[in-house]
Design a binder for this molecule. Structure first.
Ligand code: IVH
Length: 504
């Protein structure tokens, strides 16, 4: 690679990473799995090290986390909310332990806690009363989410002691797995876009403007750090967590004090098994020096404390067989290939479908029908194909060719220049119309109660509607012949459609 090529690669990676990071932090809609983001970030770091002449303070490698979304008032944190360095295996953890020893900290103990995969918040109590909350943002500046966080029912609004002038604590808000699954089922029913994982759902919920919606999302919080305080002091992480518990604040009961790295490794192995049984997602374990005075000897870099490290669980993968590849047609005509898999159990659930994203992904990974493949859950929820086990091929595998016509209406499809997706061009395609009507009726659009996938399907099949405009001509008696539609639900639907005319 020459200098000009390096400059181009660096610029390209910076722009892409910024786009992914904005989608993740600002829109709560990640475009790529976390591990893919980490891989690109490492690639950029390596290039920047090799070509220091292209240093830029604005590079994604120089930022602690996401940036501040414009809609919420920015607030400066009392002390930076640092991030953690990652460890991926035993070697990384032993190196961390040795670094502690070299800094003169030996014969010490480590407190190991689950690493919640949620939304990092800083919450302040004044004289024992809830006062304010902010997101982590870029670590220095966050967003004021005091109003939204106040609507979280499980968060105590008063501490058990009122004699603490100020307590600012850090915790992780999360959505229990069950709540997440139910929320996505409901969103699917309403034709709303699904949340990719509980973390995004939690983050999206706190930014809601309707307190009832936030309360219904049943968010929980675990606290794990004190950022600023007046009138209290603690000397170990163990004491800190016990104090928070005594104040009535929720603290994860799952934690262990370890006296050697081998004890840490044993606990990590235990938790690797146990984590699927927990009712919230954890993506790793955090290992912290227990003694707070000793932490000062180690200090921090601008991003990470040197006295703690995050062990990330390896992405869980399973092998299965691609039995077929089918095409789904969306509202805009985008044709998305999905792999139908031989059902396989992975990370707590049975998987029988995986997204293949688009034609290029299938070609780049050379995925064929009949192939043995490794799958993994992206962001622990949406399954995807990581790679093909080519050594298992026996010649019976079939190449998949993207159809040049829409599989639903048979009309020509095109792949517009610069796009990854093939699109059905027929604006009357039944698949597109179905998705359009669902989208139109969704909560975030016209919010027509009772117009979910089952009813839309029936209306289209019975020829009662051909597009959204026809909804407004429906009468109660038109609906009565439909299956599972009675007098009352027919009247309700007609009324809900009529009411939508008043929407802005
Ligand atoms: S300690 C200086 N403890 O993980 C202390 N972080 O990659 C830094 N997280 O942004 C944080 N559970 O939001 C800590 N028990 C835990 C945690 C935890 C989740 C998050 C935190 C941080 C990220 C670090």
């Amino acid at each position: 690679m020459n200098e000009e090529q390096a400059r181009q690669s660096i610029e390209h990676l910076r722009a892409e990473l910024k786009r992914y990071s904005d989608a993740y932090y600002l829109d709560d809609a990640p475009l790529i799995p976390d591990h893919e983001f980490d891989r690109l970030l490492h690639e950029l770091q390596a290039l920047e090290q090799q070509w220091p002449q292209f240093d830029d303070a604005d590079s994604p490698t120089q930022r602690v986390g996401g940036s501040v979304a414009a809609r919420f008032t920015p607030v400066r944190h009392a002390a930076p909310l640092l991030s953690l360095e990652n460890a991926f295996d035993e070697m990384d953890l032993k190196a961390f332990w040795q670094r502690l020893g070299k800094a003169g900290v030996s014969n010490t103990s480590l407190l190991v806690e689950p690493k919640m995969d949620g939304l990092s918040l800083s919450i302040s109590y004044r004289n024992g009363r809830y006062a304010a909350a902010a997101t982590r943002g870029d670590g220095t500046m966050g967003e004021d989410v005091s109003w939204g966080v106040k609507a979280i029912k499980s968060l105590p609004k008063r501490l058990k002691r009122s004699d603490i002038p100020l307590l600012t604590i850090r915790g992780e808000a999360y959505m229990p797995k069950q709540v997440f699954a139910a929320l996505n089922r409901e969103r699917e029913e309403n034709g709303e876009p699904l949340f990719a994982n509980p973390r995004n759902a939690a983050s999206g919920s706190i930014r809601q403007l309707d307190a009832q919606v936030i309360a219904d999302r049943k968010l929980q919080i675990f606290f794990y750090d004190i950022i600023a305080s007046e009138g209290i002091s603690v000397s170990t992480q163990e004491d800190l967590l016990s104090l928070l518990e005594e104040l009535g604040l929720p603290v994860n009961p799952e934690r262990r004090l370890c006296h050697s790295i081998s004890e840490v490794l044993d606990y990590l192995a235990e938790m690797t098994e146990k984590r699927h049984a927990l009712d919230y997602d954890i993506d790793g374990m955090v290992i912290k020096l227990n003694d707070i005075a000793e932490r000062a000897d180690l200090g921090s870099t601008i991003k990470f404390p040197r006295w703690a490290i995050a062990y990330k669980f390896p992405p869980e993968q399973a092998e299965t067989v691609v039995e077929d590849i089918v095409i789904g047609v969306g509202r805009t005509g985008a044709m998305t290939p999905t792999a139908c898999l031989k059902p396989v159990f992975l990370a707590g659930s049975t998987i029988s479908r995986a997204t293949l994203h688009n034609e290029d992904n299938i070609r780049d990974k050379d995925i064929r029908i009949g192939d043995h493949v490794m799958i993994q859950k992206a962001g622990d929820v949406i399954p995807e194909v990581v790679r093909v086990c080519k050594d298992k091929r026996d010649g019976s595998e079939r190449l998949f060719i993207m159809p040049q016509v829409c599989p639903v209406c048979g009309q020509p499809a095109v792949r517009p220049e610069g796009e990854a997706a093939w699109r059905c061009q027929n604006t009357h395609c039944p698949a597109r119309v179905f998705e359009q009507v669902l989208h139109f009726a969704a909560k975030k659009a016209m919010d027509i109660d009772g117009l979910g996938p089952a009813v839309v399907r029936q209306l289209l099949d019975a020829g009662l509607i051909a597009d959204v405009a026809d909804l407004y001509h429906l009468k109660q008696e038109d609906l009565l012949p439909l299956e599972r539609v009675g007098e009352k639900s027919a009247a309700n639907l007609v009324a809900a459609i009529a009411a939508s005319k008043q929407n802005s």
